[in-house]
Design a protein around this ligand. Structure first.
Ligand code: GAL
Length: 439
């Protein structure tokens, strides 16, 4: 539940050892109707406009992700028609390519005006004190400290400053399935791994790929595995992996690896050549049964006009919401500051978030968006975000510093193919030690 995100944040802070002591705060209020209604439209343009351009950087290039971004950019263009909008997106799920390009641009003194940044410890990668603009003044002037959930606010604060404006909340632990395939075979969505393997056997017997996955970009195995870790360790056990209170040597981690290894025996054989959306296409084509992926898949299905999908928490993760949030940040010395500020205001506004999220396949970071604008899946995510236990995604920047998350992803990507449980568990434990969280 939102209120647990605070705990999450503590954990997040501890992970880096950068925050010397995250004081457990009172449970955050559920994301119920938010405080003062924020302006429905972005603020008026600021007085002096230095340039007539503004450049946006993200990894949203296709499907619902591109559609959502376009909707927000269109709103910007409509509000500020004299400003040239440059969409400098770099393709690659989870920022596979974009993050490296962004680092080079930041350190090379050629930053885009606004860029995508996950809420949480990912910001550490970009040396915020050196390269990024603190956005505290905007938080105050726009009333964001009251309109974003308290636990999200805590996640966004790093070294006592806000560095990004959150545009959404995504859920990572969703199992998508083909309703037609399931009903044709009298199956229901599995709620445990035992049920999962029974369903998988039934599908395999019919020549349908039970579990579709694509690992081409190197992060998807880690994504799938973090949801299995959550199912085996529970919310607190999983969070403890990133803070040092759960040892990576725990037999439940072994169990999670054994489970993932078995899951992969039910996967499409071409997984290493496919991206997450290529894999999702198996469902659209009626050739695959289930797919574990974040809820940007909902936006992608919408963009494909595919409606025959069902959704459920990944088996064993009922009542837990594996969360991440995309924000927009900006660099010191941005070239188009006035236009940039107007963008950040729009990105944090109700109008901006209502334009973006229904297409993107995410829920608003704000607490006052109109639920009627969202489809059935997203409405269910809104409810779960308020009632579930929240845990931070590691693959999507919330739970650990980027260098640890990267090593974790690489280890799991190798595991998906090689399946060496002992070597993998040892490597995961070593990565924790290398990041000074485990002894
Ligand atoms: C995540 C990001 C999402 C979505 C996804 C797949 O890291 O937060 O917004 O883009 O990657 O690319």
């Amino acid at each position: 539940m939102s209120r647990k995100f605070l705990t999450t944040l503590c954990l997040v802070a501890i992970v880096t050892m950068l925050l010397a002591g995250c004081v457990p705060a009172a449970p955050a209020a559920p994301a119920a109707p938010a405080a003062p209604a924020a302006p429905a439209a972005p603020a008026a343009p600021a007085a002096a406009q230095a340039t007539n351009k503004v450049e946006f950087f993200s990894w949203w290039t296709a499907g619902g992700e591109a559609d959502g971004l376009k909707a927000m950019l269109d709103l910007y263009k409509k509000t500020y028609p004299n400003v040239e909008v440059i969409n400098a997106a770099v393709a690659g799920g989870a920022g596979t390519n974009a993050k490296a390009v962004l680092s080079t641009r930041l350190t090379g003194g050629d930053p885009p005006d606004a860029f995508q940044l996950h809420a949480g410890l990912e910001v550490e990668k970009y040396e915020p004190a050196k390269y990024l603009q603190p956005l505290d003044a905007l938080y105050t002037s726009e009333g964001w400290d009251k309109i974003f959930p308290k636990d999200l606010i805590s996640l966004l604060k790093y070294q006592d400053h806000f560095w990004g404006v959150p545009v959404n909340i995504h859920r990572a632990n969703v199992m998508w399935y083909s309703q037609k395939v399931f009903s044709d075979n009298n199956l229901t969505a599995p709620t445990s791994w035992d049920e999962f393997f029974k369903v998988a056997d039934a599908l395999k017997a019919k020549g349908i790929v039970p579990l579709v996955i694509g690992t081409k970009e190197g992060w998807e195995a880690g994504h799938t595995f973090e949801t299995i870790l959550i199912s085996k360790l529970g919310a607190d056990g999983y969070k403890g992996l990133w803070t040092g209170t759960t040892p990576w040597t725990d037999p439940k981690v072994t169990d999670a690896l054994e489970t993932f290894k078995k899951v992969m025996t039910y996967a499409n054989t071409d997984y290493s050549a496919l991206t997450w959306s290529d894999a999702a296409q198996y469902l659209v084509d009626g050739k695959g049964g289930m797919h574990i992926m974040g809820d940007w898949t909902d936006g992608w299905f919408i963009s494909k006009n595919y409606k025959d999908y069902g959704y459920a928490p990944v088996p064993g993760t009922q009542g837990i919401f594996d969360a991440l949030s995309d924000s927009f940040a900006s660099a010191k010395g941005a070239k188009d500051q006035v236009n940039l500020d107007n963008w950040l205001k729009l990105a944090g506004s109700k109008a901006g978030q209502e334009a973006f999220n229904p297409k993107k396949g995410s829920i608003c970071a704000r607490t006052d968006c109109d639920a009627k604008l969202f489809d059935a899946y997203l409405q269910s995510a809104m409810k779960d975000w308020q009632s579930n236990v929240i845990v931070p995604s590691v693959v999507h920047g919330a739970a650990a510093v980027e260098k640890w998350a990267t090593v974790y992803k690489d280890i799991l990507n190798t595991f998906a193919t090689k399946g060496d449980v002992k070597a993998t568990q040892d490597a995961l434990q070593q990565a924790c030690k290398d990041n000074n969280v485990c002894k």
